[in-house]
Design a protein around this ligand. Structure first.
Ligand SMILES: [Zn+2]
Length: 161
């Protein structure tokens, strides 16, 4: 099946089991990714995918409760893991236990601004790797992601500029 035929088949599958006019964009995205659609998942998807972002489960939980959602941090974690497994977000582990979820799922690199605990995308073409190690025996490399750690420069006194 070519890709346009697949798209048509997917569209008709959606319209068969639910009226398209009553589905939000987030519901359609979850459905197409094979994620079971629940009210809480739709609420989180609406917050998560409103723009490109790098967000922790704690930050998304804070946004959801501020927006009035009745949801636990554990549910937010589980939902983000479901979204990750479905390929809707990428998981980035930094600073030990700190895990960010990235709504840009293409291969790319990052600046990590240490004093703001914030990530910025670096396009894949902006990093050139000249030497990487062979994978350990019996293993193969699945991806190489670079995190460039940066910090704001202290402002210089006027006479040193
Ligand atoms: Zn990113």
């Amino acid at each position: 099946m070519n890709s346009s035929a697949e798209t048509l088949a997917t569209r008709s599958a959606i319209s068969e089991d639910m009226e398209p006019a009553k589905r939000t964009c987030a519901e359609i995205v979850l459905h197409m990714a094979g994620v079971r659609v629940t009210r809480q998942r739709v609420a989180l998807a609406n917050l998560l995918f409103e723009r490109h972002r790098h967000i922790t489960a704690e930050e998304l939980y804070a946004e959801a409760t501020t927006a009035g959602a009745d949801i636990s941090l554990a549910t937010v974690y589980n939902t983000l893991r479901h979204f990750r497994d479905a390929g809707l977000v990428r998981e980035l582990a930094l600073e030990g236990t700190k895990t960010y979820f990235d709504t840009n799922t293409s291969l790319h690199h990052h600046f990590y601004i240490e004093d703001e605990r914030r990530l910025i995308d670096v396009p894949e073409g902006d990093v050139a790797l000249h030497r990487i190690p062979d994978a350990p025996d019996g293993m193969s490399i699945t991806s190489v992601e670079v995190i460039v750690r940066v910090r704001s420069r202290p402002a210089l006194p006027a006479d040193e500029r």
